[in-house]
Design a binder for this molecule. Sequence first.
Ligand code: ADP
Ligand code: MG
Length: 249
Amino acid sequence: MGLLEVKNVNKRFGGLQALGDVNLSVAENTVHAIIGPNGAGKSTLLNVLVGKLIPDTGSVIFDGQSVLGRKPHEINQMGISRVFQTPEIFGDLTVLENVLIPCFARRDGSFKLHAFETVMHEREIVDMAEQMLTDVHMIEKRNLQASTLSRGDKRRLEMAMCLVQQPKLLLLDEPTAGMARADTNNTIDLLKEIKATRPITMAIIEHDMHVVFSLAERITVLAQGTPLVEDAPENIKGHPKVQEAYLGQ
Ligand code: ADP
Ligand code: MG
């Protein structure tokens, strides 16, 4: 039994079958990539996993519990955290303040911006946020306004905001989309480091094959809403079904 078990999930948008009988098992402490051509249903699947979409049929079990019908913040509290395609950070706040928000939200269930003045005196929480910033090599930038960061650093900050919640499963939707090669390679290194330093499972949607083959231990290929192949990376490269799915891209 994997940490995440998706069984026979179907999702239609009007006449379009976006997901058709999707089965997926993500083993604990692995990096599992979900790849596939545009329109294959990758984002739809991710939205089902985080509670933004409810499938028409099927089940999603995370850590022994059903995810379906729960609100996104409840799923987040179960231990699923998501990194968005475009980093979701608070541009007007400092780097440290951005990381403090999820620390508090986790402890108190919510966070009000005017609470910052009190928050800054709570050593335990500030220590936790600063340790996280050290882990992602952003500690020297803790007092910078988040909007001034480079794209790579924004991604790093968003990663810190997710990881400080100590998720069991980190979902990444094209984490290197739109990045230059150097930032992409930095993101790969960061994800490897994160994986090596804590117990965590990652499910990653990614177009860039360099990223996929650098990180993934297991790959599922989706095409037209249905898994075509699931295998180890060395068996995915050159797989005739996979090449067929990508033809015409
Ligand atoms: P991918 O992320 O693999 O590119 P998506 O999951 O975004 O694919 O989309 C799968 C299919 O479902 C596409 O044909 C897309 O146009 C369609 N789709 C996605 N979201 C919606 C929606 N909210 N309403 C209608 N059709 C949608
Ligand atoms: Mg998508």
